[in-house]
Structures are given as structure tokens and as C-alpha cells.
Design a binder for this molecule. Sequence first.
Ligand SMILES: [Zn+2]
Ligand SMILES: [Zn+2]
Ligand SMILES: [Zn+2]
Length: 159
Amino acid sequence: MITNSKLAYHEHDHQRCIDAAMARAVALCEEKKARLTQARKDVLTLIWQNHQPLGAYRIMDLLSEKNGKRVLPPTVYRALEFLLELGLIHRIASLNAYIGCPFPGSHHNELFLICRQCGSAAECSAEPVSNAIVNAATHANFQLESQSVELMGLCPQCQ
Ligand SMILES: [Zn+2]
Ligand SMILES: [Zn+2]
Ligand SMILES: [Zn+2]
């Protein structure tokens, strides 16, 4: 199982998370011959400002603040779409918000542990969970296209 729960829930030097995320983004974009424009980079940096999922309107506000002028929704949504497609971020459906992926470029199922108190979310990838989902879908003769599991609860800090 791979997870970033140690970082998401405990005191740490978060600048290292941001630096690592940006380095991974640059490498992945190079590999996929995709262009990491300033707007895309800015949105990714904002999403990585902490381990709490961020909604599109909040991103818009923060970006407008940073740029000193109003950023329009299409700019933000286009950047989000690009980042989602590359797997650099994920959308948390239950919160309608976005979170940076700590292991983009690797094939993994999406399993999120979301703290209802502090709002931090950790991502795990657990093969047995993924296999069980695939089995259930296959059993129902259902053509599975994506899977994302969102678990709500209390993180170690908030218990
Ligand atoms: Zn961090
Ligand atoms: Zn991920
Ligand atoms: Zn918490």
C-alpha cells in the first residue's frame, strides 16, 4: 500500500511537499510533451499549498489575489482539466474540491481518507481494495471506467 498519510496528518516541512510536487509535474509534462503554462503551474501550486482539498471558486479567488486582477472561471477550469488529465491532481467528489496527487504517473486506484474536522485528506492506494472493486464490477457485468473511494472520519490529530 502506498500513502502520504504521514505527511497529510502530521507536522512536517510542507515546502518539501510543494517542491517535490512541482518537480514531479515538470518531469511528467516533459515526458508527455505537455506544456506547464504559468496558469497551470499557479493552480497546481495553490492546490498544493496544504493537504486540504480546494474548491474551484477558492482557487479563483486566491489566483485573482495573487495576480492582482480578476481571474475568470474558464481559466481555472481549463487548468484543472489539464492537471486532472495528467493525473497531477484528483477531484474529491463528496467535497467538490481538488487535491494534489502525491504519486502522479504511477498507476493507482484512488482511496482518500478525509478528516471531517481539519479537512486534511490523505491518499492511499491499496491493491486489495482496488481488486475487490474490479471483482464486484466484473461480477455485475459492469464496465468499470474509474474508481475513487472517499472515506470520512477523524485524522490522528483530531481524534
Ligand atoms: Zn506536506
Ligand atoms: Zn493519486
Ligand atoms: Zn484532522
